[in-house]
Write a protein that binds this ligand. Structure first.
Ligand code: NI
Length: 171
């Protein structure tokens, strides 16, 4: 296991579209996931997508019981999600604050679908199929956007609500 470097916004590699994973139950895949878990934890992240560490595969991890970066967020079960597909269950959008380990120090308000169904596979090739809403739905949409080269600042609609975490959330 190793903590890997995280690509930062401005690095053109973050704009790549990642490739589907075809080999499950595979030592190389397990090792990649171990590194992603360690890297996410070391940075206190709520999620991490493989392209953020320079691996352009359709793999994201997310989840936490309690997260210092999102103290008011509901718990999200720890999940390894491969080749994900997201389907919005209504047109309803919800605004919420987001941050990203590839955009350190900043936060922005992003509209996301409030309620979605997502499916994909875990590292063993077993199907994951869930209907979720609110912060869980937001995290999944944020992480899966990375697989298509999309960073949350590209989806901000009102730049009055984009800035440094320490300024926005100061007491
Ligand atoms: Ni991110």
């Amino acid at each position: 296991m190793a903590i890997r470097g995280i690509l930062k916004m401005g690095n053109p590699d973050l704009l790549k579209v990642s490739e589907p994973i075809t080999d499950f139950n595979d030592a190389e895949l397990f090792s990649l996931i171990d590194d992603m878990i360690e890297t996410m934890k070391a940075n206190d992240g709520a999620g991490l997508a493989a392209p953020q560490i320079g691996v352009f595969k359709r793999l994201v991890i997310f989840g936490f019981d309690q997260n210092d970066r999102y103290p008011d967020a509901e718990a999200v079960p720890f999940t390894v999600l491969i080749n994900p597909e997201i389907k919005p269950l209504s047109d309803e959008l919800e605004n919420g604050w987001e941050g990203c380990l590839s955009v350190p120090g900043l936060r922005g308000v992003v509209p996301r679908f409030k309620k979605i169904h997502y499916q994909g596979f875990d590292q063993y090739g077993d199907t994951i199929s869930r209907t979720v809403e609110d912060f869980h739905a937001r995290v999944v949409q944020h992480e899966c956007d990375h697989l298509d080269g999309i960073l949350y600042p590209m989806k901000i609609e009102d730049y009055r609500y984009f800035g440094f975490h320490e300024e926005i959330f100061k007491e």
